[in-house]
Design a protein around this ligand. Structure first.
Ligand code: MG
Length: 374
């Protein structure tokens, strides 16, 4: 098997999936689907005394490449705008004579299917699983197509790397390797496919997967800003009339900034500066509530949901007591959780430090999140 590499396609945008979570980030226990599929296929590659695939290459969405690379020891390649572009990028990393390509969404493929395809290695330029058509086939005008002449082509497909590379360079518009290679006059061998190898396209197959882990994930965030006279004061998304605001590139809502960092921390997704760089003019005077909403939709796409938040604001001024209920309600609304799941605390620092000298305020926050396939 040292002559076969595995490419796992995980760069799709899941537009037909109908859920907040992206398909490749569906949680199977603790693992995102791309990792579950990669591990599963890697194990399937070990048979007949073989030590498995020479390489496992994951083709990731460009915006997710760095994140996925930080989470796995498999090779991660940035995909392109189309499946063919992603595949061409991934092929650049392949050093073996043969390459097995599968979509991460076909995570439920059986060991037997993968091994059946591999067992036919070298018998054609491309070996692909396929099923006979059992339904009546017709064209759009109702004319019958002889189903004896048709197959439903599945993945994974095993191709000669050099043949696949030149076919991709020569032609476009094909949704799989076997039809592309055939169109370039390469040889194709179809072996028996399986009914259970459906793609996770509409979610109906999800019951077959282990549900998301219920392990609670906790993150911590901290932020501090100096006061700026004359700037509106916003904390926890609530405007405090008559108080000085905070010096900042954004609206200066240190409480929401600390909360965002706590949420990102719980999800292992870095920090607020990575997502909203303070040198980016796009975020000048940014509404921090809008930044929080953006973060929530990002974490939803990666398979996380916020459970609760606890925020401690350290300030000698303004007086926060009259605003705590409004803050709790606003943060709960922004997070989409019940008010009980949000707690706002206000404290002074007994006149110590920059907070004590009324130069600014500091905020710490803790957030809990859970895995979520909604
Ligand atoms: Mg800040």
């Amino acid at each position: 098997m040292r002559d076969i590499s595995l490419i796992l396609m995980a760069a799709g945008d899941s537009t037909r999936f109908g859920r907040k979570v992206k398909k490749q980030w569906l949680r199977v226990g603790e693992k995102p689907l791309w990792e579950f599929a990669a591990d599963r296929f890697y194990e399937f590659g070990k048979f007949d005394g073989s030590d498995g695939f020479a390489q496992v290459i994951i083709a990731a969405a460009p915006a997710e490449t760095a994140l996925i690379a930080s989470l796995t020891d498999y090779t991660v390649i940035s995909g392109g705008a189309t499946r063919a572009e992603s595949l061409a990028n991934a092929l650049c990393a392949v050093k073996t004579e043969f390459v097995l390509v599968s979509d991460a969404a076909r995570a439920l493929i059986s060991r037997e299917l993968v091994q059946r395809v591999i067992a036919h290695k070298g018998q054609a330029d491309c070996v692909a699983p396929a099923l006979a058509s059992v339904d009546t086939l017709a064209d759009r005008r109702g004319a019958v197509i002889n189903r004896e002449n048709t197959v439903r082509v599945q993945t994974p497909q095993l191709s000669r790397t050099a043949v696949l590379r030149s076919a991709l360079a020569a032609k476009s518009g094909f949704s799989d390797e076997s039809t592309l290679i055939a169109a370039c006059n390469g040889s194709v061998l179809y072996v028996a496919g399986e009914d259970g190898a459906a793609k996770l396209t509409f979610g109906g197959e999800l019951e077959a997967l282990e549900p998301p882990s219920q392990t609670p994930l906790i993150g911590y965030g901290f932020d501090a800003h100096a006061f700026e006279a004359g700037k509106p004061c916003v904390l926890c998304g609530v405007k405090i009339d008559g108080a000085d605001g905070f010096k900042a590139h954004s609206d200066g809502d240190a409480a929401l900034h600390a909360l965002i960092d706590a949420i990102l921390g719980a999800c292992g997704l870095g920090d607020i500066g990575q997502w909203f760089p303070d040198h980016d003019p796009h975020f000048k005077n940014a509404d921090s509530a809008e930044l929080l909403r953006t973060v929530i939709s990002h974490i939803n796409r990666f398979g996380f949901a916020v459970v609760s938040a606890d925020i401690t604001i350290m300030a000698e001024k303004p007086r926060l007591e009259p605003h705590k209920i409004a803050m709790r309600k606003e943060v709960a609304r922004l997070l989409g959780v019940r008010c009980e799941r949000v707690n706002i605390k206000a404290t002074t620092t007994e006149k110590l430090g920059f907070v004590g000298r009324k130069e600014g305020a500091a905020v710490s926050a803790i957030a809990a999140v859970r895995y979520c396939n909604d």
